[in-house]
Design a protein around this ligand. Structure first.
Ligand SMILES: [Zn+2]
Length: 492
């Protein structure tokens, strides 16, 4: 071989070895280049605590190991892995400093990530008992944070691969009973997010792991693998179209200029070639379940009935893709302007319709619309009472309980308060979950099934409600009477 050529080869080898030596910080086994779908994804990584070792004896384990130092090291390694895969990462801290929670929340909100991961380790009062297990916290519950639950389950699975002990996914309300954790509470409508607790630094045996740089690398990889798998399954997203003008000039949000607009949901699976699982689409209007028609894959028309009643409303929906990945809960708040006398007409007609099985849906829509205009009125509790009974009639007992609880807690001077005391409705404070609000995109004229403008006054017999009631079977009438009677008896 030409001597100058072999010299070049030797120099190249030395350079390569040098490069490898510089990169020795990461000694794991993850092949980040194969996770191409992470390219461009935004991930907020929050190393819990920091800068408080001198005054925070609780977050220190055997041998002086602190939670904050482990959290930081795991996050720095996780950040490197994610960046190597092409993701954009924002860390809430990169050194041992005390960043207040509101600042971390603000940083996350400004970054607008696709996923938020807060990295912690647990301590316990039962230090002597050798308590150790992983857990992953989500905001609220699986029902209100389905997307966070999906990611939390994947992360818990990865913790189980590196730890001998079994753990679980939990609501952060299990730890912070009234509000949940600040980090997740203030970001839960931003993106899916979790707090990972990778075992107990207070446990002698696990503290040995957490002191071992190799173990910390394993833990960073566990987070990374969960993130990579989560994005591989796709993060479903949604938009909403409407075929009428939506004004946003006054105090009230999204004033619809039509009472019969075509509202279309545009759903994305979050991964090319993956579909929406139609059977998982759930839509409600003011907590009343309503249907949606599939126009084509990913495009659905909201079937709210013949028209929208005046008042403030909220459509909520969620769905999954065919890889079983849940969307966040989305919500479309809007209002329909009210004219003279409409409130009273809605109360009158709604009260009539809500007591019959076949018209209860429409009656509920009317009463909820009326209630939305005057929640502080002296007779608001009566409306709530009828609404709760209507939900019982249509087979939505959870919604009924929610409205009974509302009377009990929010209207302490209500005539129904004493009746509800001591029942199942007085021990659960009714919390409203609003979901991630979406703006309406005005698509005048381009929406399929666009309806022509028609104003139908409340209670107009030509709307068909009256005919529907006439054809109402006597047997159903008897059944609904019995149901209402049983309900009445249960309060006595
Ligand atoms: Zn912590």
């Amino acid at each position: 071989m030409d001597p100058s050529r072999s010299l070049k080869l030797i120099v190249a080898c030395i350079c390569l070895l040098g490069l490898l030596a510089c990169e020795k910080k990461y000694s794991g086994t993850v092949n980040v280049s194969s996770h191409t779908w992470l390219k461009g994804k935004k991930i907020f990584v929050d190393p819990g605590h920091g800068g408080t070792a001198s005054r925070d004896g609780f977050r220190a384990g055997p041998g002086g190991l602190t939670e904050e130092e482990v959290n930081l090291d795991v996050c720095l390694q996780l950040g490197k892995l994610l960046e190597a895969a092409g993701a954009t990462v924002k860390l809430s801290r990169v050194k041992d400093v005390d960043i207040p929670l509101p600042q971390r929340v603000a940083a996350a909100q400004e970054f607008a990530p696709d996923l938020l991961v807060s990295v912690h380790h647990n301590g316990t009062m039962r230090r002597m008992d050798g308590v150790n297990y992983p857990c992953v916290l989500i905001w609220g519950s699986r029902e209100v944070s389905p997307a966070s639950f999906d990611f939390a389950s994947l992360l818990l699975g990865e913790f189980h691969r590196i730890m001998d002990e079994r753990g679980s996914v939990l609501s952060d309300f299990s730890v912070f009973p009234e509000t949940g954790s600040m980090m997740l509470r203030e970001t839960h409508n931003l993106c899916p997010g979790v707090i990972g607790e990778g075992g107990y630094f207070s446990d002698e045996r696990h503290a040995r792991h957490l002191r071992d740089p190799q173990y910390r690398t394993h833990e960073a990889e566990a987070y990374y693998k969960a993130v990579a798998e989560y994005f591989r399954r796709g993060i479903p997203r949604a938009r909403a179209q409407i075929d009428c003008r939506v004004a946003n000039t006054g105090f009230l949000q999204n004033e619809l200029q039509s009472r019969t607009p075509a509202i279309t949901l545009l759903l994305e699976s979050g991964y090319p070639g993956v579909d929406i699982d139609d059977s998982t689409l759930r839509v409600t209007l003011d907590n009343i379940p309503i249907a949606a028609s599939r126009l084509r894959s990913g495009k659905y028309s909201v079937n709210y009935g013949r028209r929208l009643y005046p008042g403030a409303h909220r459509i909520r929906f969620s769905f999954s893709n065919t890889r079983g990945q849940s969307s966040m809960i989305y919500s479309l708040p809007f209002h329909v302007p009210v004219t003279t006398g409409e409130h009273d007409a809605l109360v009158q007609e709604g009260t009539r319709l809500v007591s019959y099985y076949y018209t209860a849906h429409e009656g509920l829509k009317m009463l909820l619309a009326a209630l939305s205009m005057t929640v502080t009125a002296p007779d608001a509790d009566t409306l709530l009472w009828r609404i709760a009974q209507g939900f019982t009639l249509i087979g939505e007992p959870a919604a009924a309980r929610y409205y009974y609880s509302k009377i009990f807690y929010f209207y302490p001077q209500s005539q129904y308060h004493a009746t509800l005391r001591g029942t199942a409705y007085d021990h659960r404070y009714p919390v409203e979950y609003l979901g991630r609000e979406l703006p309406f995109t005005e698509e005048c004229g381009s929406c399929p099934a666009a309806r022509t403008e028609r104003e139908i006054p409340v209670g107009d017999p030509t709307t068909g409600d009256a005919e529907q009631e006439k054809s109402y079977l006597p047997l159903e009438k008897a059944k609904s009477f019995l149901r209402a009677f049983r309900e009445w008896i249960s309060f006595k």
